[in-house]
Design a protein. Sequence first.
Length: 310
Amino acid sequence: MRQNRIVWLLDRLEREPRADAVIEALRKGIRRLPLGDRRDLLHGRWLGHPVHPLMVQVPVGSWLSAAVLDLYPGRSRGAGVLVGVGLASAAPAALTGWVDWADLHREQQRVGLVHALANSAAVGLYAASLTCRVRGRRAAGRAYGFLGLTAVAAGGLLGGHLAYRQASGANHAEEVPHVVTEGWHRVGPMADFPVGEPVRRSVNDLPVLIVRESGGAVHALAERCSHLAGPLAEGTVSDGCVRCPWHGSVFRLSDGWNVRGPATAPQPAFDTRVTDDGQVEIRLRRPHSNGQASHGRHARPAARSGHGRP
């Protein structure tokens, strides 16, 4: 069966490198913005998922409603107000999108750039629409409005490809509870884990990060970053946290909490224990668990954080 034309075009867009120089310049510029802690606010770390999809509901909803009113005689004033509301809310929605975009893979950024251009065209068309309405040129205002809605639809198509085909903004660690089986899993002798060094092991074919602290505590997290599946075992360990080498997300080793973005979801964490013969075992920490490691007859008790306390 012949491939769908739209899907073929979108896949080709992902592989098109001609705008990469522009993309890199934009990425660096956005990363240099002095946003401080507001960057995590714009990413949506406080919300648990990206805030951009929430923000775009206002301009898109306003413009769609304006188009409906434009179909009815005598409703042009209300449509004009809605066009203005959409324009006023477009800038903050775009800012959240650009901040997320700067921390994506290049293939995602290529699609995202065209997504942003389509939405920018929509803003320009709606600005023209509002200008015409204010000047009493209602027919032209409606025409520009419908053209703007067409650009919004094109931007939405690209946004959907980003979100669902390319998994931009998705939690890339969501599968962990569905893959790891119940119970304790042996990951190797204590001697295999140098103090302060991230080590990659595998449980049920899932990569797991193991870090041993100087006091003897052993921590274990899902190894693929929840942001875009970056390899945490290749990251840096400092102050009880691990930093992803790809986009700089920081996770607390004791419980996987995302201390700093762009990751908006925490890392799945594991309980740990050390057996009498020096083997490290881990068990996925599930929501219903009270966090206490079971005391097998061959195990020294370990607490939720891996500190070796009952």
